[in-house]
Design a protein around this ligand. Structure first.
Ligand code: SF4
Ligand code: SF4
Ligand code: FES
Length: 284
């Protein structure tokens, strides 16, 4: 723990947990207050487990357990992102004693605001993954044959790439970004699942691709095999909602739980797309 982080001076008997709930997509949200017994060294996931076990609000009303997403419980899978006391972060690594040291009155849990709510604290991060598809954030391998060992990756390149490879698609950078706005569509009567998917993807593709995708494009463009399609990634980043949409507010880098140098990636992408634009112009 850093010396600057507040510490809990007095252990309370109970913890007030205020949760913003929503029964389903497009339903009206509402607040619910729960009171659970204090235990030392809880995290926000254990708080939610206690709330589920208790299954009643502070005024004794029986309620269904709060829905939330989680997987790894060690800040690796990226699925447990939510707003905790107004700040976007992972609930598995949010320690209750530190939250109470900041605000002893209550812990406030809300779903991310930039993604459609599925239920309570669970959101649909489909657009985040669409962003990765837009920039082809993968190493292209076009054969089932054994192609032998790949090219050696130089130490400097490894050091540049490793921090970017830690991205867990958690969405914190997107929640904090003023250029990333919520897209929420509902399926129309008579619209097939395929038509709805296509309409959603078209809508996602008009919006800002996001800092996570820009950074992953830089990661794979710096990989000896991944760079084979570097020009396709850069061309995607030059399109609508690409790197030029970034307003350089730098909120993304401030909230990334993995401390990924996102603004460095965005600056690299800006320079690389300028070079690619000139190249594309001469190739005409
Ligand atoms: S620097 Fe760009 S991507 Fe990051 S928060 Fe600001 S506008 Fe969004
Ligand atoms: S760049 Fe950071 S904040 Fe954004 S999705 Fe990846 S890990 Fe999360
Ligand atoms: S549960 Fe995987 S990051 Fe929190």
């Amino acid at each position: 723990m850093s010396a600057l982080e507040p510490t809990l001076k007095k252990r309370p008997e109970f913890i007030n947990v205020r949760v913003r709930r929503q029964d389903g997509p497009s339903e009206e949200p509402y607040w619910e207050l729960h009171k659970i017994k204090y235990e030392p060294e809880l995290n926000v996931i254990t708080i939610l487990q206690r709330v589920a076990a208790q299954a009643k609000t502070v005024d004794g009303k029986a309620v269904a357990p709060v829905a939330w997403d989680c997987g790894c419980l060690e800040e690796v899978c990226g699925s447990c992102t939510m707003l905790i006391n107004g700040r976007v972060r992972q609930s598995c690594s949010a320690l209750v004693d530190r939250l109470l040291a900041e605000n002893p009155d209550e812990i406030v849990l809300e779903p991310m605001s930039k993604f459609p709510v599925l239920r309570d604290l669970m959101v649909d991060r489909q657009r985040l993954f669409r962003g990765l598809k837009r920039v082809k954030a993968w190493v292209p391998v076009d054969s089932y044959y054994n192609l032998g060992p790949g090219e050696r990756v130089l130490r400097d390149t490894q050091e540049q790439n490793y921090p970017l490879s830690q991205c867990m698609s958690c969405g914190c950078c997107l929640e904090a970004c003023p250029q990333y706005n919520k897209v929420e569509l509902t399926q129309k009567d008579g619209e097939s699942d395929e038509e709805f998917e296509a309409r959603k993807n078209a809508s996602f593709d008009e919006g800002f691709v996001g800092a996570h995708a820009i950074s992953q494009a830089m990661l794979f463009n710096n990989h000896p095999t991944g760079k084979a399609i570097a020009d396709e990634r850069l061309t995607a980043l030059m399109g609508p909602g690409g790197v030029a949409t970034c307003g350089n507010a730098q909120n993304c880098v401030a909230v990334c739980p993995k401390e990924i140098p996102l603004t460095t990636s965005i600056a690299r992408a800006g320079r690389a797309t300028t070079v690619q634009a000139v190249k594309n112009w001469f190739d005409k």
